[in-house]
Design a protein around this ligand. Structure first.
Ligand SMILES: [Zn+2]
Length: 197
């Protein structure tokens, strides 16, 4: 006697069901599920890195807006700035708020870009709290390669949600980040939770 898996169930339903199961070795379960992150291997192998510093030299932040929301992992689009999931997240739900314009220095943003970057950062906090119950955030920018920017030529504001216990033995001992959810599922959750005007 077997039980048929309900493959037609909505993704949300599958997450909810799984959320009630004990997660082993990945901390306290929350609304984001724990999964391994094989996509980080792409980062280790150097994929998606620009070939130069210009906008036409493979800059992912210039290319993402031309993709569908699903393919680009875009959560929200403003007039001058958009919000996108980080492909190599520090934590589940790691968002970036990015100007459409290929600009490296925050001091070079115009007034509209500056204002909307702030506004979308606020909405990112609200969406992450609503979708995931984030208890805290790390928010900020690394400007310049020496400051740790992976793609220094096109600035981006990081919004990293934090939960108590999210730094556990896995990143510390295993040097492997355990992430709660597949990126496409995360994108949909956050897009649904994103505050509208
Ligand atoms: Zn760019």
């Amino acid at each position: 006697m077997s039980v048929e898996p309900d493959s037609a169930a909505a993704p949300e339903a599958r997450w909810d069901a799984a959320a009630q199961e004990e997660q082993r070795g990945a901390g306290v379960p929350d609304s984001f599920q724990r999964l391994w992150t094989p996509h980080r291997m792409a980062y280790i192998k150097g994929e998606n890195k620009p070939t130069g510093t210009g906008p036409g030299e493979g800059c992912p932040f210039c290319e993402i807006p031309g993709m569908s929301d699903e393919d680009g992992l875009v959560v929200a689009r403003g007039e001058a700035v958009y919000a996108v999931l980080n492909l190599y997240p520090y934590n589940s739900g790691h968002l970036m708020v990015v100007p459409y314009r290929h600009v490296a220095d925050y001091a070079d943003l115009d007034a509209a870009e500056t204002g909307e970057l702030a506004e979308l950062t606020k909405r990112a906090l609200l969406a992450l709290r609503k979708a995931s119950g984030a208890q805290g955030f790390n928010v900020g920018m690394n400007l310049g390669g020496v400051a740790g920017a992976g793609i220094a030529a096109h600035l981006h504001q990081h919004v990293v949600p934090r939960w108590g216990g999210d730094t556990n033995f896995m990143p510390v001992v295993g040097r492997t980040k355990v992430l709660p959810q597949l990126l496409r599922d995360t994108r949909q959750l956050l897009a649904d939770a994103w505050p509208q005007d």
